[in-house]
Design a protein around this ligand. Structure first.
Ligand code: NOJ
Length: 763
């Protein structure tokens, strides 16, 4: 076989063979298999492969659940299922497909595995704040191992939608506002899920979502219209999807929003011209939940029309809506779609099944022994604790109140202090909130008998019962205490008065962010703000531990708190991870990946903004400059910001060239020293500004970063490489290019805390 393969390869390289003969042997084998199978399929069976259903029974993630699923599977009318988990159930459903349906084609089994499976890790926005690609990849690897042990082979992750508006609840599921960091994380997640071999029984196929621009919903209201220039798309919103695809993501999910006026699910430019032709995507595209049907509400026609539009656009699989199943036969008859389009879509689904090894063994992911070994295993819980601690961001630490001493009396106060229901965060559909470690438990086990821990609830997450009802759709996240707000507060103050230090755990309920959880006011609910005011009045040091699925407006809390620690939703090991930070077992190293605005009026707010012709500058606000009368331009906490228990000095910046050519690689080096008393990690950030471009360019853009660990007193020389890629951008013709001229280079501890800078010229 080998000589044959090599002669083919050489002939292919020198262009003697037609294109199909240059295909690698494994692909050729798959093509032959799929073609053989398709030659036996009826039109109905082909359309059946395009049908993805959810039989309910788990958490429904949309308004509809599918009916008659068993009958449809037996008739070959289903290509895959989601919302079914566990080896036993999946085996049963698979049996229906491979024993009852005529051609015995196995089903795909998908699930929303977003931040861990049963071992829930921190929400993705939290994970992104670790800036730790190896750890993020590992989190996806572990989630893939655990999900596949429970029968699944396909996960609806990573969610790579860039977002600049924290009112949008789904910022919790993404990696924040930056395109460079977002792209690195997208690729790391795909590598983690898919590993080196998709057909292995412990890897799963990734589904990058939501293609595209879902994070740019107007006014941060979920599912809302998006509208932006192509330059903005190419430069800031599309690259993370592309990075996931370049990393080999097997599938893509469409977004609900429109793009250039056409819903993504019917957008041929997006799904075919860009995704397949320009980017070379070879996998399959699935819609989001009933996204085809929803195009009727967008005003795109009736179910038959919108289903045909989706297929024409290049969308292969219809999630839940059954528009394909019920209307494509008629559309084919009426020449609204072609046989070729149906065949192409069917082929892509079958290829995915082939790549996952399902034709070889439909029960590949149904090993009865694996679930017991993998689910909630000790190594995964250990990783959850580590990830939990590394995702947190220390926003304030005056008087070095943190880390806490394990002595005296600590008053642990707040509605999230002894709470299991909210530790996992949004989109933890397979996790069990009751398995989570509450903060109180984590703190008690950290201090043992060395300190006294007192507890009081102090406030409800919200006192508003109408609001609570909306938030409590997946279970009670906000429980309104029978005691009055005044009583709760008085009890908390009395408890605080007995202590040396107060730790207040406050914030959002987990379902105050996530899908369909937009907020127009992103402050801490009033009940909790009043609690903090009362606690601050005691005069005791006040450590605020903040849980949230988005950046909040925190100017008041920042004034009241002695220390402020953003912990997002840390996941199943919440209490232990937070205790690790509070007592200094781990020195905080996370940095924000989204700006925290001072108020909602500043939104959208992001660090890589343009300068305008009348920039405000650093001085007092001036008339006829780009500013507000009532608030500063800058955020309260900027992108890239996060404190440590130690301090770092940056010096000796050196560029190895003053001018660089397009083919050069410039070495940028500096010295980083740990000048404090604790070992710690610093995320050093490299920003560039193009000062002479053909279009207006941002004031700075992240182009590289490193996470460096140093012992107290230790220093290291850090190197970055700057090359053409880092200096390029999309010009008005959407060409990726670099302009000769001057660039500013900045090395910072955050986007606003630039420690070293210089300039160089690109020749
Ligand atoms: C709708 C969500 O937008 C998407 O992220 C999710 O994967 C699907 N529902 C399936 O649950």
């Amino acid at each position: 076989m080998k000589p044959h393969f090599f002669s083919l390869l050489i002939a292919g390289i020198i262009g003697l063979l037609p294109l199909h003969a240059q295909i690698p042997a494994t692909t050729a084998k798959m093509n032959a298999f799929v073609s053989g199978l398709m030659s036996k399929m009826t039109l109905e069976e082909k359309i059946g492969q395009l049908n993805l259903l959810t039989p309910g029974g788990g958490v429904a993630t949309g308004a509809v659940v599918s009916a008659d699923v068993e009958t449809k599977i037996s008739k070959g009318q289903v290509g895959g299922l989601f919302g079914v988990i566990g080896v036993e159930k999946i085996r049963k459903a698979q049996q229906l497909a491979v024993s009852r349906s005529r051609l015995k084609i196995p089903l795909l089994f998908g699930s929303d595995v977003i931040h861990g499976y049963k071992t829930t890790f921190p929400i993705p926005l939290g994970l992104s704040c670790s800036w730790d690609m190896a750890l993020i990849e590992h989190s996806a690897r572990l989630a893939g191992i655990e999900a596949s042990a429970d029968g699944l082979c396909w996960v609806y992750s990573p969610m790579v939608d860039i977002a600049r508006d924290p009112r949008w609840g789904r910022v919790a599921e993404g990696s924040g506002e930056d395109v460079y960091l977002g792209s690195k994380i997208a690729a790391a997640m795909v590598r983690g899920y898919q590993g080196d071999d998709l057909a292995a029984n412990n890897t799963v196929m990734a589904c990058v979502k939501h293609f595209a621009l879902y994070g740019a919903a107007e006014a941060g209201r979920d599912y809302n219209t998006t509208d932006m220039s192509r330059i903005k798309m190419y430069e800031y919103y599309l690259p993370p999807y592309k990075a996931a695809i370049d990393a080999g993501a097997g599938s893509v999910m469409t977004s609900f929003n429109e793009i250039d006026g056409i819903p993504a699910t019917a957008n041929k430019w997006l799904m075919t011209d860009l995704l397949r032709k320009q980017w070379g995507f070879k996998g399959f595209v699935v819609t989001d939940y009933t996204a085809i049907n929803e195009m009727m509400a967008h005003g795109m026609g009736n179910l038959q029309t919108v289903s045909a539009l989706a297929l024409n656009a290049g969308v292969d699989m219809d999630m839940v809506g059954e528009g394909y199943l019920t209307t494509l036969p008629l559309s084919l008859q009426q020449h609204k779609v072609t046989q070729r389009q149906i065949d192409d879509a069917c082929r892509r689904i079958l290829e995915a099944k082939y790549k996952l090894g399902l034709f070889e063994d439909p029960y590949r992911y149904c090993d009865d022994n694996r679930a017991g070994q993998e689910i909630l295993s000790a190594d995964k819980k250990k990783a959850a604790r580590e990830l939990g601690a590394r995702s947190c961001v220390l926003l304030k630490n005056s008087q070095q109140v943190l880390p806490l001493k394990k002595s005296g009396t600590i008053a642990l106060i707040g509605p999230l202090a002894n709470n299991k229901n909210n530790m996992l965060g949004t989109w933890a559909v397979n996790g069990d909130p009751q398995a989570a470690v509450p903060i109180l438990e984590g703190i008690k086990s950290a201090v043992g008998n060395s300190a006294k821990i007192l507890f009081a609830k102090g406030a409800n997450i919200s006192d508003d019962s109408v609001f609570a009802k909306k938030v409590n759709v997946f279970g009670e996240r906000i429980d309104i205490d029978p005691a009055s707000a005044e009583q709760l507060r008085a009890e908390a103050v009395a408890t605080a008065n007995k202590a040396d230090v107060i730790v207040a755990v406050v914030g959002e309920a987990s379902e105050m962010s996530g899908e369909a959880a937009s907020r127009s006011d992103i402050g801490l609910p009033g009940s909790q703000q009043q609690l903090l005011r009362a606690l601050a009045q005691t005069g005791k040091p006040l450590v605020v531990v903040l849980m949230s699925g988005r950046p909040l407006t925190l100017t008041t809390e920042n004034d009241l708190a002695t220390a402020l620690l953003e912990v997002w939703f840390p996941g199943i090991e919440a209490g232990n991870a937070v205790a690790d930070l509070l007592f200094g077992h781990y020195n905080p190293s996370g940095k924000l990946t989204m700006s925290f605005p001072r108020n909602v009026g500043q939104i959208p707010i992001y660090y890589n903004h343009k300068n305008t012709g009348r920039p405000q500058g650093d001085g007092p606000t001036e008339k006829f400059h780009s500013n507000y009368l009532d608030v500063a331009n800058d955020p309260l906490f900027p992108f890239g910001y996060g404190l440590s228990y130690t301090s770092f000095k940056y010096d000796h910046l050196k560029l190895d060239k003053a001018t660089v050519g397009l083919k050069d690689k410039m070495d940028v080096s500096f010295t980083l020293t740990n000048t404090g008393a604790y070992a710690g990690e610093e995320i050093v950030q490299l920003y560039l500004r193009d000062k002479e471009a053909t279009i207006a360019r941002p004031v700075k853009e992240l182009k590289d970063f490193k996470k460096i660990r140093l012992e107290p007193g230790e220093n290291k020389t850090i190197h970055f490489t700057v090359d053409k890629e880092k200096l390029s951008y999309f010009n008005s013709n959407l060409q990726w290019m670099a302009d000769p001229g001057m660039f500013e280079i900045m090395i910072g501890s955050s986007s606003a805390d630039i420690r070293l800078k210089s300039e160089f010229e690109l020749r």
